[in-house]
Design a protein around this ligand. Structure first.
Ligand SMILES: [Zn+2]
Length: 222
């Protein structure tokens, strides 16, 4: 091989190395750009459950004791309750709230009641406050849950609907899981009994709501 040929080969190798280097740089930059944009979309999007569970709207007759028609001006939380009345249905509990209009026995109501079979009755519109959660009546939505016995444990159907309804409402009001609280967290009352007496079940409930949102929520930008 002549000196000129060797020089030509050397230059060719240099050229090839140069091309490989440029391609590698382009590749690396592309990967970084893609990663950044994926990360951005991950940070700027969240999942929202847009489909509500089946809700039967049976609004209470406006009255001083259970539906005072005071505007609910902001929603900063969802408060979970139990009826403390074993074996009663959602309809029974709705009738109790309705009856307060005439009995005037106490001030009580709830936006929603979830029954033992997982049915949901809405008693108060979400634009009005309900009398369920003491000082948090003014900025929360309340969910009462029926239960079969004194333990206050919810049936599987009640639990499943409660998870769905909570996940749905979180999406509607742009709430985080820590905005979901127990009546106990407001007043120290033993309500909802099973979630107060079983802290692990309460933690599990919140995890189940988050899992539900991850699995069933639609991606939306924040
Ligand atoms: Zn309560």
């Amino acid at each position: 091989m002549t000196k000129a040929e060797r020089e030509k080969r050397r230059r060719m190798r240099q050229l090839i190395h140069g091309i490989i280097y440029v391609l590698a740089v382009i590749g690396a930059v592309t990967v970084i750009v893609l990663m950044v944009s994926a990360l951005k979309s991950l940070i700027n999007t969240k999942r929202v459950v847009t489909e509500a569970p089946e809700i039967t709207e049976e609004l209470l007759t406006p009255n001083e004791y259970s539906r005072p028609q005071i505007a609910l001006e902001e929603v900063n939380g969802i408060v979970i309750h139990y009826t403390a009345n074993p074996g009663t249905t959602a309809e029974n509990n709705r009738s109790y709230f309705e009856g307060l209009a005439t009995s005037g026995e106490t001030y009580a109501s709830s936006h929603f009641i979830v029954g033992i079979d997982g049915e949901v009755i809405q008693c108060v519109p979400l634009t009005e406050i309900a009398y369920a959660s003491n000082e948090r009546n003014s900025d929360t939505i309340s969910i009462e849950c029926c239960h079969e016995d004194e333990s206050g444990k919810f049936s599987d159907d009640t639990y499943a609907t409660l998870v769905h309804l909570t996940a749905y409402l979180m999406g509607q009001y742009d709430l985080e899981i820590d905005d979901v609280i127990r009546h106990y967290d407001v007043t120290g009352k033993d309500c909802p009994k099973y979630f107060v007496e079983h802290e692990d079940a309460w933690t599990q409930f919140k995890e189940d709501v988050e899992t539900y949102i991850r699995k069933n929520g639609e991606k939306v930008s924040k």
